[in-house]
Design a protein around this ligand. Structure first.
Ligand code: PLP
Length: 428
C-alpha cells in the first residue's frame, strides 16, 4: 500500500516488520461502514478472540453428550477447569502457580481478600487508596470499613496528586504511608490507574507498607494482560483483576486473585467453601473443612465453565504470542507511536492535546489519557462518526489504549489523520 501521509507510511512499515502484527487476525474487529473500526477501548472491553465460539461450543457439546459425567470425562474436565489457568496467570502475575486462581468477579474478590487482609484492630484501622479510585473499589473499601464498625471519614485515606499534577509521585505515597505508621492497616491501590493510565511502583509501595506493619494489595483490573508483574518477588500480599479488559475474555468474564504463599497456611481468616477444600478428599463430603493449602483455599464454588471457556481461548493467544513480556515490548512501541502521533497533531493544528499519562514508559501501560483543551463532546462525536472508538470522559478527556494483540501502527496513524481533520474543521 502507498500513502502520501508520512506517518501512515511509517506505520505500514512498522506493521510489516513486526511478526506479532499477525495476531490481529485472531480477533473479531468491530465494523464501521463495512471496514474495521479503529478500536482503542481494549482497556474497557477487550475484543473477542475468533477461537471463543469454538471454545464455548466444546463445553456445550460435552455438556450435551456427557451430562454430569463431563465433570470428569469432558475434553477439559470441569472438575479441574480452573487449573487450566494456573500457568498462564502465574506467568502474567509473576507469581508461583500456588498463588493464583481464576474465580468470581473482581469486586466480589476484592471483598473476599479484604476479609483476610483488612483486619482493623486497636489504633491500626486505616486504609490508604488513591483519590478518585475506580468507584467500585471505593464502594468496596467504604463498606468494608462500615462492616468493621469504622468511620470512612477517618479510616479511608485518599491520596491526591500534587496541585496542578494528575499522577501520584512515589515519594508522596511513601511519605503518607510513613506518616500513617501504625494507624495504617492496609494499602489498596489500582496498580494501573484507570483514569490516568499511571503504572505504580508496586514493589516500593509494598515495601513501604510492610515497613509500617500494614498489608498491601492491588487492583490490577487495568494491569493484568497489559504489563508484566513480579507480585511474588515484590512481596505483594494480595491482588485481584478482571479478565474482560486486556485479557479479552468477554463481558463480565471471570476474575482472578493472587495471594502470597506466606499467607496460605498462616491462619488468617478467610471465607470458605467446598472448592477451597483439599481436592483429594473433597468428594468424601466430610463436614469439616480441610484447606487446599494454596490460594485455591480462597476459592469457594465450582468453576463457571461457560464463563471460563473464553478465558481459556484468550489466554492461549497470550501464550502463542510468547507471553506478556513479549507483548509488552510491542506495547511500548505502539504507545510511543501513539504519543508521537498525538504530539504531531497537536503541533500541526495548534490545539493543546495534553497527555496526562506519565511520559516515562516505565510508569505507564498501553493507555494514554489525553486532555483536548478547548474541545468538547463535538470532537468525540466527530471521531465516532469516522469509526474511531475511544473512551470519552466529560468534559474533554479521551482515554485510549493501543492493545498489542490486535491494534496496529496503521490504526494509530489513521486515528491521527481523523483527529487532525476533526480539529482543523472545528477551528474553521
Ligand atoms: C473495571 C474495574 C472494576 C470493575 O469491577 P467488576 O467487579 O468487574 O464489575 C473494578 N475496579 C477497577 C479498578 C476497574 O478498573
Amino acid at each position: 500500500m502507498v500513502s502520501n501521509n508520512p506517518n501512515l507510511t511509517l506505520a505500514l512499515s512498522l506493521d510489516s516488520a513486526d511478526p506479532l502484527s499477525s495476531f490481529r487476525e485472531k480477533f473479531l474487529i468491530p465494523q464501521h461502514d463495512g471496514k474495521d473500526a479503529l478500536y482503542f477501548t481494549g482497556n474497557s472491553l477487550g475484543l473477542q478472540p475468533r477461537s471463543a465460539s469454538d471454545a464455548l461450543k466444546t463445553e456445550l457439546e460435552d455438556w450435551a453428550t456427557l451430562g454430569v459425567t463431563g465433570h470428569i470425562r469432558a475434553r477439559n474436565p470441569w472438575m479441574h477447569y480452573h487449573e487450566l489457568f494456573t500457568s498462564h496467570l502465574s506467568e502474567m502475575a509473576g507469581a508461583l502457580p500456588s498463588e493464583v486462581v481464576a474465580m468470581n468477579a473482581l469486586t466480589v474478590n476484592l471483598h473476599l481478600l479484604l476479609v483476610s487482609f483488612y483486619r482493623p484492630s486497636g489504633t491500626r484501622t486505616k486504609i490508604l487508596c488513591e483519590a478518585k479510585a475506580f468507584p467500585s473499589d471505593r464502594y468496596a473499601l467504604v463498606s468494608q470499613i462500615h462492616f468493621h464498625g469504622g468511620n470512612p471519614d477517618i479510616d479511608l485515606v485518599e491520596l491526591e496528586p500534587r496541585e496542578g499534577e494528575h499522577c501520584l509521585r512515589l515519594e508522596d505515597i511513601e511519605k503518607v504511608i510513613f506518616e500513617l505508621g501504625d494507624e495504617l492497616a492496609t494499602v489498596m491501590i489500582g496498580g494501573v490507574n484507570y483514569y490516568t493510565g499511571q503504572l505504580h511502583d508496586l514493589k516500593n509501595i509494598t515495601s513501604a507498607a510492610h515497613k509500617v506493619g500494614a498489608t498491601c494489595g492491588f487492583d490490577l483490573a487495568h494491569g493484568m494482560g497489559n504489563v508484566p508483574f513480579e507480585l511474588h518477588d515484590w512481596d505483594v500480599d494480595f491482588a485481584s483483576w478482571c479478565s474482560y479488559k486486556y485479557m479479552n475474555s468477554g463481558p463480565g468474564a471471570v476474575s482472578g486473585i493472587y495471594v502470597h504463599e506466606r499467607h496460605h497456611n498462616s491462619g488468617i481468616p478467610r471465607l470458605e467453601g467446598w472448592w477451597g477444600h483439599e481436592k483429594s478428599t473433597r468428594f468424601k463430603m466430610d463436614p469439616d473443612y480441610v484447606s487446599m493449602g494454596t490460594v485455591e483455599s480462597w476459592q469457594m464454588s465450582n468453576a463457571p465453565v461457560l464463563n471460563m471457556a473464553v478465558h481459556k481461548a484468550s489466554l492461549e493467544i497470550f501464550e502463542a504470542a510468547g507471553g506478556i513480556k513479549k507483548l509488552r515490548e510491542r506495547s511500548l512501541r505502539l504507545t510511543a507511536f501513539l504519543e508521537k502521533t498525538v504530539h504531531e497533531v497537536s503541533a500541526s493544528t495548534g490545539v493543546n492535546l495534553e497527555i496526562i499519562t506519565p511520559s516515562n514508559p516505565e510508569h505507564r501501560g498501553a493507555q494514554l489519557s489525553i486532555v483536548a483543551h478547548g474541545q468538547g463532546r463535538d470532537l468525540y462525536d466527530k471521531l465516532s462518526s469516522e469509526g474511531v472508538i475511544v473512551d470519552w470522559r466529560e468534559p474533554d478527556v479521551i482515554r485510549m489504549a493501543p492493545v498489542p494483540l490486535y491494534n496496529s501502527f496503521e490504526d494509530i496513524a489513521r486515528f491521527g489523520i481523523i483527529l487532525e481533520d476533526a480539529l482543523r474543521n472545528s477551528r474553521t
